[in-house]
Design a binder for this molecule. Structure first.
Ligand SMILES: C[S@@+](CC[C@H](N)C(=O)[O-])C[C@H]1O[C@@H](n2cnc3c(N)ncnc32)[C@H](O)[C@@H]1O
Length: 185
């Protein structure tokens, strides 16, 4: 069985082409930025920590990738840089190797999700990896589940991929797809 992060990558890889602009909303150590850079025309990657930009730049340099723009700003400002996107990924929580108090927060996560849903092209997809074992994680998980559950079913399909028998709050995946055609009725 695929792990949730593998599932997230496969879900995005199915639709992203070298013509597409995509978003990594939580750059961290740059694993997802590199993954997306190999698939897309351009990646806009966000993080609020300088360390994330350094790590990610290093990773991209090693792979010889030059098509990612690394932005030291919160993902809630993504509409200042991106006008449309084919895909986006969120890896919520904290950066394991850094300050564990610098976590993603419900308010800004939802603002970023709302903006990304708006500027997603038809057929576009968003993958949200939800880590919620840390303090504050449970609140963010509930806020995200609440937000995505209320997306209009005529415009989006939302699904969840989650193990049911693992201990210690294992991360799980929320998948959003913007429908090609508005569904009537
Ligand atoms: C779980 S880590 C991301 C891991 C990353 N995807 C990787 O491949 O290594 C979460 C990241 O979100 C960042 N973050 C927290 N609040 C943010 C915000 N408002 N906008 C963008 N990034 C944020 C943290 O600094 C942290 O690096």
């Amino acid at each position: 069985m695929k792990r949730p992060l593998e599932m997230a990558h496969d879900f995005l890889a199915e639709v992203v082409t070298t013509e597409d602009i995509v978003v990594d909303a939580t750059m961290g150590n740059g694993h997802d930025t590199l993954f997306l850079a190999k698939l897309a025309k351009q990646v806009f990657a966000f993080d609020i920590q300088e360390q994330a930009l350094e790590k990610t730049q290093e990773r991209l340099n090693q792979a010889g990738m030059t098509n990612a723009q690394l932005i030291l700003q919160g993902h809630e400002t993504l509409d200042q840089f991106v006008t449309e996107a084919k895909a986006g990924i969120f890896n919520l929580g904290y950066l394991p190797s850094a300050d564990k108090s610098l976590i993603t927060k419900p308010h800004t996560t939802i603002e970023a999700l709302r903006k990304l849903c708006q500027l997603l092209v038809k057929g576009g997809r968003i993958a949200i990896m939800i880590y919620y074992g840390h303090e504050g994680g449970e609140l963010e998980k509930d806020a995200v589940l609440d937000f995505v559950s209320q997306l209009d079913q005529q415009e989006f399909t939302v699904a969840i991929y989650r193990t049911l028998n693992q201990v210690n709050n294992p991360p799980f995946l929320v998948m959003i797809e913007k429908l090609e055609r508005y569904r009537h009725g």
